[in-house]
Design a protein around this ligand. Structure first.
Ligand code: DGL
Length: 274
């Protein structure tokens, strides 16, 4: 593990920061890309782990959680919100955008880029049940899938494995085999990681899928879009020192501390979401 992240925050540590949230720890894969692309920005990350997984819950519940966390961030003075959760995006991004004046940048499965990469003409999307059943994904399939096959695979149970930082066990690998093997047998050569928890399983996914299969994670594209939106509105930080990072969870604090530090690769201080 590398050095702990220093915390010398301005008076209101949220003022001018970028709020990033997910149903749990998975959005750290997006936070990592944002921190790499925008190293001078203060970032506030909320893991709604006390309510994860979103993917097996009702649209009403997901919308209510997205609004609760979004309003909490907005109320503290962040300058932009990133929804680092495909499930929250497809269910509730529009409602959140309707209720805030802040820029809201959201992640959704990288179906369009996958279309350009496939040689076999078969692409598979791994995501939560709510995401694969959503109207947003149906729209992306209708838009980009006319001359190719798109297989949609819900993966219940995977989010829970990542929430426990159980990335390499036999149980996790068996779950992945159950979901991925039939997709490869149907000719898929490109797998879209349609849930922000799944990049943490990348090694195991690649091993199960085979080395020739391309894995697509849109986190860097989200970071670029966030940078573009901030630049467009004159909202990029002008400071030259590294941005500060703050982490919150609605789940068990000790577990969040341990799992998030493990996934981030550095010792983090995680606070309880008030
Ligand atoms: N990381 C979330 C996503 O991208 C997981 C949703 C869940 O909690 O089921 O979809």
């Amino acid at each position: 593990m590398s050095q702990p992240i220093e915390s010398t925050l301005p008076t209101n540590p949220f003022q001018g920061a970028i709020g990033v949230f997910d149903s749990g720890v998975g959005g750290l894969s997006v936070l990592r890309a944002i921190h790499a692309a925008l190293p001078h920005e203060h970032l506030v990350y909320v893991a709604d782990s006390g309510h994860a997984p979103y993917g097996d819950q009702s649209e009403e519940h997901i919308t209510q959680r997205t609004l609760t966390v979004g309003h909490w961030l907005a109320g503290r003075g962040v300058k932009a919100i990133t929804i680092a959760c495909n499930t929250a995006t497809v269910v509730a991004a529009k409602t959140l955008r309707d209720q805030t004046h802040l820029p809201v940048v959201a992640i959704e499965p990288a179906i369009k880029p996958a279309m350009a990469l496939t040689h076999s003409g078969v692409v598979a999307v791994l995501a939560t049940r709510q995401t694969v059943q959503s109207a947003s994904v149906a729209r992306l399939v209708a838009l980009y899938g006319s001359d190719k096959r798109i297989l949609l695979q819900g993966c219940p149970g995977l989010v829970e494995q990542v929430e426990r930082a159980d990335l390499h066990s036999a149980e996790t690998e068996a779950l992945l085999r159950q979901f991925i093997t039939p997709l490869i047998e149907q000719g898929a050569d490109t797998l879209v990681l349609g849930c922000t928890h799944y990049p943490f399983l990348r090694d195991t996914i690649q091993r199960v899928a085979g080395v020739g299969v391309t894995l697509l994670d849109p986190a860097e594209a989200v970071a670029r879009e966030l940078a573009r939106r901030l630049a467009e509105g004159g909202g990029l930080s002008s400071q030259t020192q590294s941005g500060q990072l703050q982490f919150f969870t609605s789940g068990n604090l000790a577990q969040a501390q341990s799992v998030m530090s493990h996934l981030w690769g550095a010792q983090l201080t995680v606070q309880a979401l008030p």
